[in-house]
Design a protein around this ligand. Structure first.
Ligand code: GUN
Length: 291
């Protein structure tokens, strides 16, 4: 293996220790304990595991979380009522509605119900608009975590060619924006590839920085990567594996074995982007409590 591992778990632990210290200071000086309201609808196993990890991270950082769990059969009105409840709860500074929501619930309608000043996921149109025009806002957690990883690992983005695979509202679109903005961890020339892209490899081979958020394992293999590139794997796929206690193993969107022979820096799955996403949620919740 040629590439150095970009250890998200280690970086996240360092940042979380710093956030925990600031939470303790906020409590001591102003008597405020940051609170995160979490809404989970249904029993999607991946969503349950993400929400559990987010609530544990809150507790570890000295924050409170208020958990609202609704059945798969919940109506859109019931989900929006839960959001309104958290909007009005003074102990809740940040709100997270775990996505995806069950079929039949309009995600935009639910996201639109979140008070923008509590939108620590950075998903509301107000936040997205502010981000796009460079106003103060909550940056979305996964894209912000990726930029923090690049900056803290000393990866130069300015003037480099960053290629993003994926155009979701949660990762692809916002990370492309952050990489292109005139700021630390930005100023890159950005290409966005997606399911309509012809000859994906022709683009990925040009990438100094390759961000893969395709949602499919093995989207990128070694021969698609420029030697020396930095590769960030955002994918989390459950691959059936009877030899594992849980019956599956996690794999990213990148073929780690072949890509790590060619890249200079690579994030593992698990232990790469995931822990940074949760860390940036804590970061935004602390900021919301301070505000
Ligand atoms: N589903 C996948 N990623 C995320 C995230 O960052 N926030 C929320 N709320 N749901 C998600």
């Amino acid at each position: 293996m040629g590439a150095t591992i970009l250890d998200g778990k280690k970086l996240a632990a360092e940042m979380r220790a710093d956030i925990a210290a600031q939470v303790a200071k906020l409590k001591a000086e102003r008597g405020i304990t940051p609170g995160l309201g979490v809404i989970l609808v249904g029993m999607n196993p991946a969503s349950i595991s993400y929400v559990t990890a987010k609530e544990k991270a809150c507790a570890d950082a000295g924050m409170l979380s208020r958990d609202i769990r609704l059945p798969e059969s919940a109506t859109q009105g019931e989900v929006i009522a839960a959001v309104s409840d958290l909007n009005g709860d003074p102990a809740v500074h940040g709100i997270l509605v775990q996505l995806p929501l069950p079929k039949g619930i309009d995600e935009s309608a639910v996201i639109n119900a979140i008070a923008p000043e509590k939108d620590v996921d950075g998903f509301t149109p107000v936040n997205v608009g502010r981000m796009m025009i460079g106003e103060r806002c909550y940056l979305p957690c996964t894209p912000h975590g990726i930029i923090q990883m690049l900056v803290r690992a000393g990866v130069v983005t300015s003037g480099k060619h960053a290629v993003v695979i994926g155009r979701s509202n949660i990762v692809g679109k916002p990370v492309a924006h952050l990489l292109m903005r005139k700021a630390e961890g930005g100023n890159a020339t950005v290409t966005v590839c997606h399911t309509g892209t012809r000859d994906l490899a022709a683009f990925t081979r040009q990438a100094d920085i390759l961000i893969v958020a395709a949602g499919h394992p093995q989207t990128v293999t070694g021969e698609m990567v420029k030697p020396g590139a930095t590769v960030i794997d955002v994918g989390v796929n459950r691959i059936p594996d009877p030899s594992r206690p849980k019956g599956y193993r996690l794999a990213g969107d990148v073929d780690f074995d072949s890509v790590s022979q060619v890249a200079s820096l690579i994030t593992p799955v698990p232990g790469g982007v995931g822990p940074m996403t949760i860390t940036m949620l804590l970061y935004n919740t602390l900021a919301a409590a301070r505000a």
